[in-house]
Write a protein that binds this ligand. Structure first.
Ligand SMILES: [Ca+2]
Length: 216
């Protein structure tokens, strides 16, 4: 993979490894970046956006989503469709995102269309914007773990227009089902697998926590 290499930090039947050494760079907080991965109930979304964009965001017509928050304060959401039509949305307060009336490419007055959608389904899961310095090419990129898709979805986002300007499927098939992803305080990208929930094909060591490291 062009972006870097993956090291597995934690696997079942092994002892937890030492966490990465703290990064003393004044540009990087030691805390994990602000993160939401809360499950959104079907139908109505209500999320408290953290500082510095502190606000309450409510919307309707979402379907069991998971969310990531852009540094601009924009709230991005991944959700499963009924059959295919998995969506990525930008959630604005008061908007209706269509479920259960429409999904995917269908449109209706006063209902928002997704920023992108997937047929066949990839089963998008946890989503997180990259917030580090180690991968400059990942600035303003939203990463989404996919379960059925068995890849880490990279979405290049233009923060001004909020449009997706490019997509890439990383690690396709290498880790099977990827449940969640988060930008770490050390500037690396961490993700975890979910192959032992009865739906996956676990291999030795599953489930795993791994991180993406820049290529030397
Ligand atoms: Ca929708």
């Amino acid at each position: 993979m062009a972006a870097g290499s993956v090291s597995v930090l934690m696997a079942s039947s092994t002892s937890p490894p030492a966490m990465p050494p703290p990064n003393n760079s004044p540009r990087t907080s030691r805390r994990w970046p602000e993160r939401f991965s809360a499950s959104i109930p079907t139908g109505r979304l209500r999320v408290a956006i953290p500082s510095p964009h502190r606000s309450i965001r409510t919307a309707t017509g979402t379907r069991r989503g998971l969310i990531g928050i852009q540094q601009t304060g924009d709230l991005w959401e991944s959700e499963h469709g009924a059959t295919g039509n998995d969506e990525i949305n930008v959630v604005d307060g008061g908007a209706n995102y269509g479920w259960p009336t429409i999904e995917g490419s269908r449109t209706m007055p006063a209902m928002r269309e997704p920023m992108t959608f997937y047929n066949p389904a990839v089963a998008p899961s946890g989503a997180s914007f990259y917030r580090g310095q180690r991968f400059p090419q990942f600035a303003n990129n939203l990463f989404v773990g996919t379960l059925r898709g068995t890849h880490l979805l990279r979405l290049r986002v233009d923060p001004a227009s909020r449009r997706i300007t490019g997509q890439e499927r990383l690690l396709e098939g290498q880790f099977e089902r990827i449940r969640d992803v988060i930008s770490g305080p050390d500037g690396l990208l961490y993700f975890c697998t979910n192959n032992r929930d009865g739906r996956g094909n676990p291999v030795m060591g599953d489930d795993r926590i791994a991180r993406l490291v820049p290529a030397p």
